[in-house]
Design a protein. Structure first.
Length: 173
């Protein structure tokens, strides 16, 4: 049956298998992007990276090889990280993200507002997008406190020239 990533990712990390899973996911995402493009569909694909992935110096080289192998432009690939992933080694994580961004891949800070990074980290990260965590979005517009937080995050992101995505939007109102 289905197993939530919140269950199997920590197990894969502790067992030392996250690198294999990440490589499998990246290769399949890039291959699918190639297939979609052949059918006239040109959509970016987002791949989540774990904290351990951001410690892997060979990851950007692997991604570049896969993009070349499948002839997929780097801008078709977006990598999402959580604030929590930055806690282990911010400098190393920022270095990996800088390499991915310099290749042309997009980067996104996922679940923004629920993690552990400071605003000083935000201004130093090479990210294109902030994804506001669903806990702030779910009860909008009825929750005034969450609405204030969401407005503040949007204003902050726009002032830093970042795109903003709200997770968990499930109504039209």
């Amino acid at each position: 049956g289905q197993i939530s990533p919140t269950e199997f990712i920590p197990l894969a990390e502790s067992a030392g298998n996250i690198k294999l899973i990440t490589r499998w996911v990246i290769e399949h995402a890039i291959r699918e992007s190639r297939i979609w493009k052949a059918h006239g569909i040109n959509l970016p694909i987002a791949v989540n990276l774990s904290a351990r992935d951001l410690m892997n110096d060979s990851l950007p080289r692997f991604i570049a090889q896969e993009l070349d192998k499948y002839e997929v432009p780097a801008e078709n690939l977006s990598f999402e990280i959580t604030e929590e992933a930055l806690v282990r080694d911010f400098e190393q994580a920022a270095n990996i993200l800088t390499k991915l961004k310099s290749m042309g891949c997009r980067t996104s800070l996922d679940d923004f507002g629920t993690g552990y990074s400071s605003l000083i980290h935000l201004q130093r990260l090479p990210v294109d997008e902030l994804k506001i965590d669903r806990t702030f979005v779910t009860h909008l517009p009825d929750d005034n406190a969450n609405a204030a937080i969401v407005r503040s995050i949007i204003a902050l992101a726009h002032s830093l020239k970042l795109e903003v995505v709200a997770e968990g939007v499930e109504t039209t109102g």
